[in-house]
Design a protein around this ligand. Structure first.
Ligand SMILES: Nc1ncnc2c1ncn2[C@@H]1O[C@H](COP(=O)(O)OP(=O)(O)OP(=O)(O)O)[C@@H](O)[C@H]1O
Length: 296
């Protein structure tokens, strides 16, 4: 459907768009995106932050997506309106076929809507030409796939830096060091993917998504191929990227345990948003999903 390298390619962002180092020389100090701050620096800051207005990183308005036509028409999304808030970890859940992947693909500019709008930052995707869309995917979007999508002949470090090097960019060394420290891969950087465990490979993929500091990271079932322990590591990492570094992450998942790592779950059914849950926990998500299943 799309060229992974093209999607992963990332170009330099304007200075004003770049993450701002809030706190001095500590490379692990919280970073926030200018104007979209939700970095947690202390319990007091966290409490203050809870009352701060939420700023959308992406807005979905009356979004409809049809596949096929006539008798074969499938309405994958049906008039969906939704905000994705900056600095939040959002899960998208729902039964198989409810439109989760379609919603994510439209938000990530990987597909076009039948009607309605997606706005990323302040730009409406339907008003962008092909070049601008490519640039938006490079500059604003990071991806983590279920199947890792690493290049087997490159080392972990080369994979992490690949989007930047294709774009002819050098990494911001301080941020790169922060990402590597956060994903705890410092002693594995020279290894090729087949010398890494599944969990380590997915942490490389998360580092690759984070290193260009996109506006939003979209993660499609990122723990779907991992055992529960490795999955927990990857989820903790995504959560840290949000709560410590102000990253915005959207994750499609079927797993209530994974959803419990997020700040908010959006539930889809039959292409519509039917509910949402803040500060989810596993049991409440399971209960909700049980009521949504066709057998319920
Ligand atoms: N390229 C396509 N052509 C035709 N129908 C499609 C296409 N892609 C998705 N669909 C249909 O659109 C609906 C929504 O699909 P989508 O993949 O978004 O659901 P999902 O919630 O991600 O499902 P799953 O959890 O099984 O991955 C389904 O009925 C699916 O069969």
């Amino acid at each position: 459907m799309f060229d992974t390298f093209a999607v992963l390619l990332s170009e330099r962002r304007s200075k004003a768009e770049q993450l701002r180092v809030v706190s001095g020389s500590n490379p692990l100090a919280p970073l926030v995106r200018t104007g979209q701050a939700r970095a947690m620096t202390s319990p007091a800051a966290e409490a203050a932050d809870a009352s701060a207005p939420r700023i959308p990183a992406a807005r979905v308005q009356n979004l409809t997506k049809d596949y096929g036509s006539g008798q074969a028409l499938v309405r994958a999304l049906d008039d969906v309106t939704l905000n994705i808030y900056a600095g939040e970890f959002t899960a998208v859940m729902g039964p198989s076929g409810s439109g989760k992947s379609t919603l994510m693909h439209l938000c990530a500019a990987l597909d076009t809507a039948t009607s309605g709008t997606v706005t990323v930052g302040d730009r409406s995707l339907s008003q962008l030409g092909d070049k601008e869309l490519t640039r938006l995917r490079r500059d604003e979007i990071g991806f983590v796939f279920q199947s890792f999508n690493l290049v087997p002949t490159l080392t972990a470090e080369e994979n992490i830096l690949l989007p930047l090097s294709i774009a002819g960019r050098k990494p911001d060394r301080e941020w790169y060091d922060t990402v590597i420290a956060t994903v705890e891969l410092g002693d594995r950087l020279a290894h090729k993917p087949n010398e890494l465990s599944g969990g380590q490979q997915q942490r490389v993929a998360v580092a690759r998504a984070l290193v260009s500091r996109p506006r939003i990271v979209f993660a499609d079932e990122p723990t779907g191929n991992l055992d529960s322990r490795s999955g927990a590591e990857v989820l903790t990492l995504l959560q840290q990227s949000v709560h410590q570094h102000g990253q915005t992450v959207v994750m499609v998942t079927h797993d209530p345990v994974a959803a419990a790592y997020t700040d908010r779950v959006v539930f889809l059914a039959d292409g519509r948003v039917v509910d949402e849950m803040r500060d989810p926990d596993r049991d409440r998500v399971i209960e909700k999903m049980t009521h949504m299943s066709p057998e319920a």
